[in-house]
Design a protein around this ligand. Structure first.
Ligand code: FAD
Length: 479
């Protein structure tokens, strides 16, 4: 067992998990002069995968191949001042609305914003690689791949990792341990042992599987998208749905969300094709039967869960961020955006508290208590927003798979759209607040509830006036 003690000099932060959130946090810490050690359980995703490193390839892991990046994520990238937001936007495909595919294959566009705001489809691996490259450019950062966190002794500020290549154990001491190790976080489990953590975890009864619509190959050898590239395509089927996001190689990654039993009912290729002919008749020829069968029967089936916990920190010794702190179902496209915003919020609080990257190395790195106070404030500020977006994400599944086809829902969206155009500061649709602004998530819900109430009153007033008017006209006619 190797032991790396803390030494006098810059504060040392040990970040667990080099996913998107951990990598971005590493950049923020490095920019403020901390000594950063970033530990990642998987091999370096930038190196070609060997048979033993196959899980390094995100396409083979149980995560989406692409994801929607919106304002909150872009803002946190922008705050680095490294132009990361612009670089990543160069690799993104803007999606200005939902394209609803009905059972007859008819497509209807529902734009996200009357002012033309878009969410952006980005390649998960490409984004992570960009962040890792930026992290590595700092002289005060070291990335340790193939190192999986095993346990922490938080009071001694120690974390023990297993080097997965050699099987050796390594214990490191750091002034602060940051857990960015995703939904099944080991850091969160360690935090639970030291704090009175409230914790809930909920698996939904639906799983997901990724499928592909390949590019269209023209006769002249050129290729094209098979559907409108600037939309997030949805096939809402009430109790289940399929969505598709565009990729730079002109393919679409489709995600089929369905109850587990429904997945299990489909056991043969004939059953699968019949299912698609019934529910996704326009998607079937775009995917091709052979490709569909290969994807459906070989791609892993992912499960979806929501995790809420409180607090996110322990004294000045540990804090958890991203999915490690709040895992949400993917139906608002906010998981990573929220994780990126965690980093921005955390550092705005650390900066306000003047937390500096200095330590005496005497094991008392937080003599003024600045870091402990800042982390406590972070938990309080961020928890209500994380809970709010976890709840919104859950509700949005019903909106996407069912409500988007309801007349009442569409009427409300239309009225809200007009009111937003006329009074952009007073009436703001919920989707706009969540995806195109940095309004704290919990405040977005409060404002939406207020708007719903006022729209209800307005609706009532219009109905009363209409009925009264009609009654007057009828009375006049009788006279
Ligand atoms: P992760 O991406 O899970 O990264 C955690 C890292 O920690 C991993 O690299 C892992 O290998 C490493 N790790 C784990 N355990 C250890 C350990 N013990 N030691 C060391 N390292 C460890 N979000 C959006 O914003 N928009 C979307 O459109 C979107 N779509 C999604 C679609 C699907 C189907 C799913 C499942 C999620 C989607 N999300 C989306 C959510 C998004 O994927 C997550 O919120 C995001 O990946 C969280 O980033 P993270 O860095 O916190 O965690």
């Amino acid at each position: 067992m190797q032991y790396v003690p803390a030494v006098p000099g810059p504060r040392r932060v040990c970040i667990v998990g080099a996913g998107p959130v951990g990598s971005l946090a590493a950049i923020y810490f490095a920019q403020r002069g901390w000594w950063v050690d970033l530990y990642e359980a998987r091999p370096d995703m930038r190196r070609p995968a060997t048979t033993t490193t196959a899980t390094a390839n995100p396409a083979q892991s149980q995560r989406s191949i692409n994801l929607a990046l919106s304002v909150r994520g872009l803002s946190a990238l922008h705050q680095t001042g490294l132009g990361l937001d612009a670089e990543i936007m160069d690799l993104a495909i803007p999606m200005r609305g939902r394209m609803i595919h009905d059972l007859a294959g008819q497509q209807t566009s529902q734009v996200y914003s009357v002012f033309g705001y878009c969410i952006n489809s980005v390649d998960r691996a490409g984004l992570n690689i960009k962040l890792l490259d930026s992290v590595e450019a700092f002289g005060n950062v070291r990335i340790h791949f193939n190192h999986a966190l095993q346990t922490c002794d938080l009071d001694r500020r120690e974390a023990t990792f297993m080097n997965k290549s050699t099987g050796e154990h390594l214990t490191v001491q750091a002034d602060l341990i940051v857990g960015a190790d995703g939904s099944y976080s080991t850091c969160r489990r360690q935090l639970m042992r030291r704090t009175r953590m409230d914790y809930t975890q909920e698996y939904i009864t639906h799983g997901y599987r990724e499928l592909t619509i390949p590019p269209l190959e023209n006769e002249d050898g050129s290729t094209d998208f098979r559907m409108n590239r600037n939309h997030l395509h949805i096939w809402p089927r009430h109790t289940f749905m399929m969505i598709a996001l565009p990729n730079l190689d002109q393919s679409f990654t489709c995600t089929l969300f369905m109850p587990y039993e429904k997945f299990e009912e489909i056991t043969t290729e004939a059953e699968l094709v019949a299912f698609f002919e019934t529910f996704f008749p326009d998607a079937l020829p775009l995917m091709g039967r052979d490709r569909l069968c290969v994807d459906f029967f070989t791609n892993p089936r992912g499960s979806l869960m929501s995790v809420k916990c409180h607090p996110y920190h322990y004294e000045d010794k540990m804090v958890i961020i991203g999915d490690a702190a709040h895992s949400m179902v993917p139906f608002y496209g906010q998981g990573m955006n929220c994780g990126f915003e965690d980093v921005e919020v955390l550092f705005s609080i650390l900066d306000q508290h003047d937390v500096v990257a200095k330590t005496t190395g005497d094991g008392d790195c937080d003599r003024d208590g600045d870091l402990a106070q800042a982390l406590a404030e972070y938990t309080e500020v961020r928890h209500r927003d994380a809970v709010a977006i976890c709840d919104l994400a859950m509700v949005n599944y019903i909106e996407m798979r069912s409500l988007v086809t309801s007349r009442r829902y569409l009427l409300r969206k239309t009225i809200e759209g007009y009111l937003h155009r006329w009074f952009p500061r007073w009436v703001v649709p919920l989707y706009t607040m969540v995806s195109f602004s940095r309004t704290p998530y919990h405040r977005a819900i409060l404002q939406h509830d207020r708007q719903t109430r006022w729209l209800g009153y307005g609706w009532l007033a219009v109905t009363v006036m209409a009925v009264t008017g009609l009654a007057c006209v009828m009375r006049r006619c009788k006279m």
